[in-house]
Design a protein around this ligand. Structure first.
Ligand code: SER
Length: 316
């Protein structure tokens, strides 16, 4: 019987992942875990446990008792926040991973999902159509932690047979739960401001092309990878996922097509340097070939869906 534990369930990915996993496998089969005392309304449809992923003893005893078959470990600090708290980011992004990998090695977990990111690439990586295998010299703490994590995942698979699966997510765009602390967050913020004031000041310059993906596609990719037959998952570090590549200007133009008079302004900050070190577009042929990945949402459809659904009361 499948029993899923999602750690970091309160975050941008976690919230929607729990909702979709509960639809597929049943509310009671999917336990949401996060560091907060209480979960959001969206997660109240099933079990919730308060869990600090750095509290190793608690995580170990909880998992040894509950024996979830699948664990999704999403708790992490994103790129921009990690630059402000490098030591904590390193600890949070790495220690939780070791705890979960070891529990799987000891036989308490059957399958692990751990997210990586386009942040594993750096300024020496080819930036257009970035291949699965290429130069990787990340310059952010977040990117360094994700690249190190990828290497550990592959090591645990090769050495101990731990069934760990991973995706290098592009920037993720969604309306259910706000992102926090990422360099790609402008592509979510923009929709709230477009609806509220019909204008937006981007913290990245107009030419900063980055790979992005609509959340529904990202969640589907995640579950498809986790449900793929083990032998099809040939890459045990992390799979490239392409999504849609666009610049702030192109996103602004697509919004202006839907909203008359929408105006973009630009005030790049420290996040510009992070964006400049990341790929502009990604080659995800391996994901397509190995487990049949196919994206659905293009820019126009994503923009329409976001404008229809963002709730501006969430914006402070
Ligand atoms: N979207 C993330 C960030 O901007 C990258 O994984 O930090």
């Amino acid at each position: 019987m499948k029993k899923v534990l999602v750690i970091g369930a309160g975050g941008q990915i976690g919230t929607e992942l729990v909702i979709e996993l509960r639809k597929r496998f049943g509310n009671e089969q999917v336990i949401a875990a996060d560091v907060k005392d209480e979960c959001s309304e969206a997660l109240k449809t099933g079990p919730y446990v308060k869990m600090d992923v750095l509290d190793k003893e608690f995580v170990r005893s909880y998992i040894q008792e509950e024996k979830p078959t699948d664990v999704y470990l999403l708790a992490a600090l994103l790129s921009a926040t990690a630059e402000k708290h490098p030591e904590f980011a390193w600890r949070l992004n790495m220690e939780g991973l070791f705890t979960i990998l070891d529990l799987a090695k000891e036989g308490y977990i059957q399958k692990i999902f751990w997210p990586s990111s386009i942040a594993v690439f750096g300024p020496t990586t080819p930036r257009d159509f970035t291949p699965q295998y290429t130069v990787m010299e990340p310059t952010t703490i977040y990117g360094i932690s994700k690249l190190a994590g990828e290497r550990w995942c592959e090591y645990y698979f090769n050495k101990f047979g731990v069934d760990v699966r991973s995706i290098r997510y592009p920037g993720l765009i969604s309306y259910t739960s706000l992102p926090g602390g990422g360099t790609t967050d402008y592509a979510v913020d923009i929709f709230y401001h477009a609806k509220k004031t019909n204008s937006y000041t981007s913290f990245l310059n107009e030419e900063s092309a980055l790979p992005m993906m609509y959340m529904e596609d990202a969640i589907r990719a995640t579950i498809e990878l986790m449900e793929a037959p083990k032998e099809n998952v040939k890459i045990r570090s992390s799979y490239n996922l392409a999504g849609i590549s666009f610049t702030p200007k192109q996103l602004g133009d697509a919004i202006a097509n839907e909203k008359d008079g929408f105006k973009m302004h630009y005030a790049p900050d420290f996040r510009q340097a992070i964006a400049d070190s990341w790929p502009k577009s990604i080659d995800d042929t391996s994901a397509q070939n190995d487990w049949g990945w196919k994206m659905k949402y293009d820019l126009t459809e994503m923009v329409k869906t976001m404008l229809e659904n963002v709730d501006i009361s969430k914006l402070n």
